[in-house]
Ligand binder design. Structure first.
Ligand code: Z5A
Length: 208
């Protein structure tokens, strides 16, 4: 049995993560790999219930601390109930967002990056992906794609000010620079097929 691999797709809103997750999974299945597609927040029954709490309602529905804890709780359930069992049977798991989203979205205000990492240690024993693919897209292009999809109804977090989303993008860049062995930054501009080819190339060393 080949070892299971845990791959995460990260990036700002509208970068094309969901589109690319489907394409990447199909391409890997074409190479004979058993692939589980999942997402955060969500990916298990309990975590999907928490997702609804996190993404709906007013901007101030949750305090910064409560929001970070809810993301960490959802992730703990996702890791335990979905990700670890799939990896144990040798499948590859590809997740649309994971810990680095919490670091970028929840770890730069009232809470620090170290706080988010500590919550992850408690919730999920510090479990990390084998590879994190960071989809990089210029701000204007990402906003255009997100608006084309969501119109005037972004989710509770997507609707935050552009300064916030700019800081999120900068944080992702920093994480990628700090952990070059885990991260690959991939240009997400241009047609979807070209982006998928770039993502596959960024997994070349892991594919059996
Ligand atoms: N969040 C958080 O704060 N903390 C956490 O720990 C986690 C998440 C895990 C929900 O996430 C929110 O939760 C999110 C971060 C926060 N809010 N924000 N911002 P989500 O992952 O469910 O939602 P999302 O990031 O807003 O979007 P998404 O569904 O994951 O995917 P996406 O990157 O936005 O891409 P997409 O849906 O595939 O594509 C967007 C549109 O562009 C769509 O119409 C596509 O058809 C189109 N598209 C895709 N690729 C292309 C190309 N190549 N060319 C042209 N058009 C394209």
């Amino acid at each position: 049995m080949t070892p299971g691999r845990f791959i995460t797709l990260e990036g700002g809103e509208g970068a094309g993560k969901s589109t690319q997750l489907r394409a990447l999974a199909a391409a890997l299945r074409g190479r004979g790999i058993d692939v589980v597609e999942t997402r955060e927040p969500g990916g298990s029954e309990g975590a999907e219930a928490i997702r609804a709490l996190l993404l709906t309602g007013g901007a101030d529905r949750w305090s910064a601390r409560a929001e970070a804890l809810l993301f960490a709780a959802a992730r703990a359930d996702h890791v335990e109930r979905t990700i670890r069992p799939a990896l144990a049977r040798g499948a590859w798991v590809i997740s649309d967002r994971f810990l680095d989203s919490s670091r970028a979205y929840q770890g730069q205000g009232e809470l620090t990056d170290a706080d988010i990492v500590a919550l992850h240690r408690i919730g999920s024993e510090g479990f990390l992906p084998d590879r994190t693919l960071l989809l990089a897209l210029p701000e204007a292009e990402a906003a255009e794609r997100a608006t084309a999809r969501d119109g005037d109804a972004p989710d509770r977090i997507g609707g935050r000010a552009s300064d916030f989303h700019r800081a999120v993008a900068a944080a992702f860049d920093r994480f990628a620079g700090d952990e070059p062995a885990r991260f690959r930054k991939v240009d997400a501009s241009g047609g979807a097929e070209a982006v998928t080819a770039r993502l596959l190339a960024a997994l070349d060393d892991l594919v059996p």
